[in-house]
Design a protein around this ligand. Structure first.
Ligand SMILES: NC(=O)C1=CN([C@@H]2O[C@H](COP(=O)(O)OP(=O)(O)OC[C@H]3O[C@@H](n4cnc5c(N)ncnc54)[C@H](OP(=O)(O)O)[C@@H]3O)[C@@H](O)[C@H]2O)C=CC1
Ligand SMILES: O=C(O)C1=N[C@H](C(=O)O)C[C@H](O)C1
Length: 260
């Protein structure tokens, strides 16, 4: 398949030119290193707070990777789509409404691809798939996510996405709410309600990114747990998305379709 490099008069065997937004952050730093070390990818722009987005165009970026903040990611995304640049988004905070907004922008630029992934770790993707599969068989379910204390948002994007998948599977199976007799509660003690699933967010120094999904039914529980101990765990998924996005016009949510 021809890609935009050929349209720009470059051979499709030339390296994909990658720009990184949030390049000085924890994930951005890791992504810059991974892109530099990868075959057939070229790191052409490292943009952080205070830098001009126009540097991405000046550098001829084919694909931009965004690991910034939930507050700024939408403006970045809209700008990149308007410029016709494909985007891989790891930044959290994507509600169904935000995803619809992105679909709307893409309808004016049907050739542009955007991949938004709540979690690029292969183990985390499988954890979410396994949780969705288990959901119909258990009366009770709660999610406990654990992260480093510098994280800005709670609950995590991964936990929110997992809760949505579980809620959908429970609804399809005709399950109601998880049983819970609580009438007397210190606010927050039972966690956040995400689509009817209780989500508990833990923050502690030493943690990176961890999640347990706890299912219960009569006489048994099932715990599905994933741990990212190092941000290197996200890099194979990020690189897969970077390589795939030019051939995936429109919005792709999650890594599942790319892995399959
Ligand atoms: N999908 C996934 O697999 C993963 C997703 N994440 C998500 O990625 C996001 C980033 O996480 P993390 O790297 O830990 O956060 P950091 O705070 O370490 O990095 C964010 C970086 O973005 C910069 N920044 C803020 N606003 C802008 C802007 N408008 N333009 C360019 N750069 C900007 C920040 O600068 P400054 O500090 O000066 O504000 C900072 O350097 C979070 O939403 C997190 O949840 C994290 C890990 C994995
Ligand atoms: O902020 C983080 O660190 C992470 N953010 C993502 C999320 O909100 O789910 C992915 C992973 O959990 C790490």
């Amino acid at each position: 398949m021809s890609d935009e490099r050929e349209l720009a008069g470059r051979a499709s065997t030339e390296p994909l030119r990658v720009g990184v937004l949030g390049a000085r952050g924890r994930m951005g730093t890791e992504v810059c290193g991974a892109v530099e070390a990868a075959d057939n990818l070229e790191l052409v722009a490292m943009i952080d707070q205070g830098d001009q987005l126009s540097a991405l165009v000046d550098a001829g970026a084919d694909v931009v990777v965004d690991f910034t903040t939930p507050d700024t990611v939408l403006d970045n995304l809209r700008w990149c789509i308007d410029q016709g640049i494909h985007v891989v988004v790891g930044t959290s905070g994507f509600t169904a409404q935000r995803l619809d907004q992105v679909r709307g922008w893409l309808s004016d630029k049907p050739e542009v691809g955007v991949v938004v992934a709540p979690n690029f770790g292969i183990g985390a993707v499988l954890m979410m798939q396994f949780a969705a599969r288990a959901a119909r068989y258990f009366e009770s379910v709660e999610i406990i996510e654990q992260h480093h204390p510098k994280k800005l948002d709670a609950p995590s994007g991964t936990a929110t996405h997992t809760a949505r998948l579980i809620a959908q599977a429970r609804a399809e199976a005709g399950l109601g709410a998880s049983p819970d007799a609580t009438t007397d509660e210190v606010p927050g003690a039972r966690g956040a309600d995400v689509d009817g699933v209780r989500v508990h967010a833990v923050r502690a120094t030493g943690l990176v990114a961890h999640q347990e999904v706890l299912f219960g039914t009569t006489g048994e529980t099932l715990t599905i747990r994933h741990d990212s101990f190092d941000r290197a765990s996200f890099m194979p998924g990020v690189l897969l998305a970077v390589r795939s996005v030019p051939n995936r016009p429109g919005l792709t949510v999650g890594l599942d379709a790319l892995l399959d």
